[in-house]
Each structure stands twice: as structure tokens, then as C-alpha cells.
Design a protein around this ligand. Sequence first.
Ligand code: SIN
Length: 547
Amino acid sequence: MSANNRVPRQLAAPEPTWFVDTDVVILGSGAAGLSAALALRPVRDVVLVTKDILAAGSTNWAQGGLAAVLDPNDSIELHVQDTLEAGAGLCDESAVRELVSEAPTAIRYLMELGAAFDAGDSSGEIALTREGGHSHNRIVHAGGDQSGAEVQRTLDESVRLAGVQVVERAFGLDVVTGKTANGTRAVAGVRVAMLDSNGGVESVGIVTARAVIIATGGYGQVYASTSNPPAVTGDGIALALRAGVEANDLEFIQFHPTVLWSGPEATGQQALISEAVRGEGAILLDAAGQRVMAGVHPQEDLAPRDVVASAISRRMSEAPAGVDDHVYLDARKIEKFEDRFPSITASCLSAGIDPQHELIPVAPAAHYVCGGVKATLDGATSLQGLYVVGEAACTGVHGANRLASNSLTEGVVAGTRVGRELSWKLPEEVSTVDDDVEGALIDSYHRAALRSAMSRYVGVLRTPDGLTAAARILNTLGANASADVVPTRKAFEATNMLTVAIAVVEAAHTRQESRGCHRRTDFAEPRTDWMRHLSCRIVDGRMEVSA
Ligand code: SIN
């Protein structure tokens, strides 16, 4: 679309002053990164690098839970079919089958590690609830709506007990590459900036390793309104793109239908109102009191997430009763709401809403990246020595729209698989090759303009003019990239956000159809000839998209 699309080829940072060698470096400390560390630790030296504290990523915030077939009346086949149906034709069925088949073992594994999932009323069996797109109750949860926090706590403790070397406040900048004995380009390690408590750079070093695992999550923060915490800025995906690795399906950004609407000017992380609330019987109403989902889909309020988010956006655009920026969730019939959803209750109460007796104002917000760096479920990418797991990866499991609560499950399954693979065998050793690529950064104050352009033009419903406007704004921001910008955590993040945002806009413009969570106003339906993936890749400093 654009004649420009230039992105920095490396993040600018001071020269390295220290060097460390290990077997495997992991970037990121959510479910996927911690599971990988735990599986590797008995056999390999592992350094886990995280730019903040361990629990700063999305895992800790997940409410709904983990999807797995645990009820004898449910079946792997049904979970597979629900995942494929939600994925709108772009899932890789064999990856889905592998994930779904290993999901029950992953739940039992977490329980072995000490995870306390909620039990049902009488039998002591794990309680299972339902979320959008599931044909059966199969969502395991903890603390009512604090499932991710329990997974994070369990894995944090296990990783520390296992003696994994954890380095907090350390930013993975770019991979260092080299050549194998037969001349193949491969990863030799990663350049890391140590940060002070204000996000300034204290020092830069190189961790050499036989494998680098990216587990840095998605990029919800490129939007003005998101359920993701501030740390989720697309760092690993941007790093992989700069390393020349392709990322697929980046246009498929899942908007959660219901975050707590807290006013027209609200920006940043918004409180999630879990889909499990609808799973327990809540319904969506517009400001005129009409049902939003009646007649839209056979599963009504429990339709797949893309369907619900798009129905809400359309209803808001009609401005019923003059309200065009939110709808309402009626959860008043859920008995003992506070016991089942304690953290949602707390968020609502702090906004002055009593969810047991009042309607909850809600709106869609950026939630999950269905695409990512092209990888197998074992994390392998096209670059030897580079592995990607969790939300940062595109394994074909989610297709054009992820099925609810498949993500934490994927993080644990894929993280454990890559750890096991690298325990068995490390990639060949690589000798580093000096590169003369000049780094650049954009200033962190550009983040506001970037987020506002993405939310305004690349949200739930996309128009060609809007995508063109977004590209123009991003390219203008990119023209400010320079080697002279002061390197800080926020500048690294801003540059990574720009890189992924440019890729998203290019892919969204190229895909001339509506499918899953990519909805175009000018091509309102899926098109058979678009039943394929789009790949983004940086070539000579420019983002390119190919089908
Ligand atoms: C939710 O609780 O609604 C979010 C769960 C998910 O994103 O899978």
C-alpha cells in the first residue's frame, strides 16, 4: 500500500560492555516463557530475561481460564471442532489437534505444580464453565476470575524453586546472528539492555546461547484501549521481524467484546469483564434496552468473540438512545456474583457500579493477537536457533480468531514442548559474524499518536480510507526514527510498537475480505480466494507483505 514502510533494522543502544554465555535464553515471563524454563532447567543452563518483573505480562491478568476437555461427556473432537469453527478457516488442523489433545495433561501438570483450580459444588471435581464459541463446559478457572494470576503464581514459584536464573528489568533488543559450520545463518545470542528503575539504560551486554526463545506476548498496547497491561508492546514479534523472520496473520487482532467502559477519554489498560460472565448467563443490551445478540448468531451472547465484538460495534454505530460508544452487560440474574467474580466486582465497584443490581457499561477493546511469528507448536521458526511460543507465535492454532481460553493452555503446552525439544537437543553452535547495521529509535512521546491512529482506523471495523490514513500517520512517525534518540525502555517499546503497527496496517489493507477478527466495511464477507495466510517480513529495512 505504502511507498514508504521503513522500520528500524536494529534498536539503537550503547555498545555492549559485558558478555555472558548460556545454553538457552528466554525472553518473557508469562505462561509460555515460564513453562519453557521449567521444562529446560533440569538439563540446560537457562537465563530468563524479562523487561519488568516476572508477573508484568498478560498471563497474570487472564480471567476466564484454561480450556481443556475434562468432562467425560465432552470430547477432544468437539474441542477441535469449536476451535476450527472460531478460527474461520485459517487454523492448522493438525496443530489444533495436538494442542487440544495435550490440554488435559497441561491442566494436571499445573495442578501437580500446585495450582489450585476451583472445584465444583459437591464432588470436589474441577468446576468447568463455558465461554463464547464452546459447545461444552470446559473452562477451568481459579479464584473465580483470577485464573491467570494462579497460573502465574504457580509457575513463578516453580521456576524460582528450580533455580532458573531470572534477570528482571532487562530488555531483549535484537538477536545476534552468525554462521553454522556449513554456512547457514543462525542465532548466536541476544543483545540485552539492563534497565534502571526509571527505564533508563544502565548497560548493554550480549548473552550468547545456542537457542533464544521469544515468549514476550502480543501487542495490545498499540491500541489506545486494551485489556493488556502496559508491558505488552510487541517486543518479541518486532525483534523476530528485524531478524528477517516472517510473521503471519498479524491483521487478526481479537477485540474482547466486553471491557468495562470508563468514559470516552479512557486510554490504556481497561478492566476486563470476562466472557465467563456471559457463560454464567449475562446478556448484552444496548442503551435502548434491546438485546444486542438476539438473531445475530445461533449461540447469541455466547457466539465466538469476533461475532460479538463486531455486533457490538455495529450496534454502537447506530447510536441507540444516542449512545455510540458503549453497550451494557446485564449480569443481575447471576446469583452471588461477587463470590464467582471477585475481581470483576472490585473493578465495577471502584467505578461506582454494583454489578449484582446495575447494568455494567462495556465496549470492545484490543485483547489478543491471533497471528505472530510463524512457528511450529514446538516453537521452531525459519531461523535456526530462534524459537517463539505463546501469543508471540503464530502456530495455526488460532487461525483468524482464537477460541476463548485456548491461549493460556497454548502457552503451557507450547512452552513445555519447546523446553522438552531443547532439552533433548540443542541447535548447532554458531560463530558470530559482525554486522554493520545502524540502529535507530523513535521517541516515546510518539506512542500516543500511534495508539490513537490504530484505535481510530484499525479497530474492529476497518475502512480502506482509514487504513490509508493510519499508514500515512505511521510512516510519518517512522520518518522520525534516528540513532540520536536517547535509548530508554519506552523508546525501545515505541520503536517495537511502530514496527508491528506498520505490519498490521499493511496486512489489514492487503486482506480484501472480512474473516474472523479482521472486518472490512468494503468487503463485508469472507472470500474463498482469501482462505490463506499473509506473511509480513522486513526486507532491506521495509515491511513487505506477501500472500
Ligand atoms: C475472558 O475471560 O473473557 C478472557 C479469556 C480469554 O481471553 O481467553
